[in-house]
Design a protein around this ligand. Structure first.
Ligand SMILES: [Zn+2]
Length: 469
């Protein structure tokens, strides 16, 4: 007993002054807990949050998780299907629609980055048009502010499907921010404490490592991702709300009037039974059953198909930096032809961010509008950057396609790599023919000094409509 009372006395000596100080006039303020979330969703455009909304309804109402949503653009491009406004005015309307859609889910923390809606399939176009650096800084700052346990975003990769450059750019930006937000030398002004009473420039945030990242894909063939992450039923009934998850997700999506007013009109007149039928039919339903969240990576271990919150103890995570692998390029100084553009970028990106296991198309693929010019971006790495190089490119195309430029003998300057492109005119085909179209292969054979320097293959699906490359 005597020992115990001595121990208590020592404890009081140690801790009481600290506690008193914390209650005094000089209490140091902690983080604003209103802005701490469990899930941070980052998507490209107003209405893209619907990738995840059936799961978010579950997380908010039945798992009592806190959610914030960030849109990387305000969606000012594209058509206004409902009224006259375009461009910047359309973006103003879409911001309000997005806030309304989130409010219907109970989400009030909604931010917009400064990305400009960029209508191409090339993520590099989007990043260039947005200003990659400034938006990455904003993204890292919002992760440090909201301190999410998990992050949901678009899949960084090229697939036949909507394949919007803004979606991919968002996935890339968020993956970069996931890896950077806990690094104290990255955007250090966000982490610096006050230097004066009314500090205006320094943010006084702290480093933060989200624990897991998941992706949603807009590939036409979504079934290929089954089992690549946890699947959650869209059709189950929420115990708290007594309605199926899809129903609440649908109610939220109805806020996007400038995007699909006809659907909204039609759906709002349907009975519960008609809606149930529409949404449970795999051909007309808006969400696959189950909804798969594609596992990106975890800093707290676990298997890809584990529950989103498995292994997660909320709070700051000590973190080991992921191993940064050098790409094979550095180790192999040989002349080599590879697919350039987004594909070259992703090869390096996956290695740098520890995402080698992320699924990719077995042969690179893309969907383009029939009758448009297909561009095949190429890069040739030079074995000797100090010598000029002669190469010969031969192109194989499907019947009826015409190589317009980029083939034959090419003299390359002395440099370490050269970016080239081959242009191929694709045929205009009737809509009925396109409905049955399958992807066809284009091959570029490269030779230098009479030896092969590699073959590049691209599977191309001609479609009635597609964003420009
Ligand atoms: Zn979108």
């Amino acid at each position: 007993m005597k020992f115990l009372s001595q121990a208590l006395f020592v404890l009081l000596l140690v801790f009481v002054p600290g506690r008193l100080a914390a209650q005094g006039n000089h209490a140091v303020r902690g983080a604003d807990e209103r802005f701490k979330v469990d899930i941070l969703v980052v998507v490209a455009h107003p209405d893209d949050e619907a990738f995840f909304t059936p799961y978010l309804v579950r997380a908010i109402n039945d798992l009592h998780k806190r959610v914030a949503v960030i849109f990387s653009t305000r969606g000012g491009s594209g058509a206004n299907h409902d009224a006259r406004e375009r461009g910047p005015s359309l973006a103003n309307e879409r911001e309000i629609e997005a806030r309304e859609a989130c409010a219907r889910l109970g989400i009030s923390k909604v931010w917009f980055l400064d990305g400009k809606d960029t209508a191409t399939q090339d993520l590099l176009d989007s990043l260039a048009n947005w200003g990659h650096g400034a938006n990455l800084e904003s993204m890292v700052g919002l992760i440090r502010l909201t301190r999410p346990e998990v992050v949901f975003t678009h899949f960084p990769g090229v697939f036949i499907g909507e394949n919007h450059g803004d979606h991919q750019a968002t996935g890339v930006l968020v993956t970069e921010a996931f890896d950077l937000a806990a690094n104290p030398i990255v955007f250090p002004s966000q982490l610096a404490g006050d230097t004066k009473q009314h500090e205006s420039y320094l943010s006084n945030l702290q480093i933060w490592q989200p624990k897991k990242i998941y992706y949603g894909s807009d590939a036409d063939d979504f079934k290929q991702f089954a089992g690549s992450g946890p699947g959650y039923s869209v059709r189950e009934t929420s115990p708290a709300l007594k309605k199926p998850y899809w129903r609440l997700a649908l109610d939220s999506a109805m806020a996007h009037r400038t995007q699909f007013p006809d659907d909204i009109e039609r759906i709002s007149k349907m009975s519960d039974e008609q809606l149930e039928k529409l949404m449970s039919d795999p051909n007309t339903g808006w969400w696959s059953e189950p909804l798969t969240l594609i596992f990106g990576k975890s800093v707290v271990g676990g298997a890809p198909t584990d529950d989103v919150f498995a292994n997660i103890n909320p709070g700051p995570a000590p973190r080991e930096a992921p191993a940064r692998k050098q790409t094979e390029r550095a180790a192999l100084p040989r002349t080599e032809l590879v697919l350039g553009g987004p594909w070259q970028f992703y090869a390096q990106f996956r290695a740098a961010h520890g995402l080698e296991n992320l699924r990719q198309a077995s042969t690179p693929e893309i969907g383009v509008k029939a009758g448009s010019t297909l561009m095949v971006p190429l890069v040739i790495y030079h074995a000797d950057p100090n010598e000029t190089l002669k190469v010969n490119l031969k192109i194989e195309t499907p019947d009826g396609w015409k190589v317009a430029s980029g083939h034959g003998e090419l003299g390359l300057p002395a440099e370490s790599s050269t970016a080239l492109r081959v242009e191929i005119e694709t045929p205009t085909l009737a809509v009925e023919v396109l409905k049955k179209a399958v992807p066809l292969e284009v091959t570029v054979h490269g030779e230098a000094g009479g030896k092969s320097i590699g073959d590049v293959k691209l599977r191309v699906l001609l479609r009635a409509n597609a964003l420009p490359q």
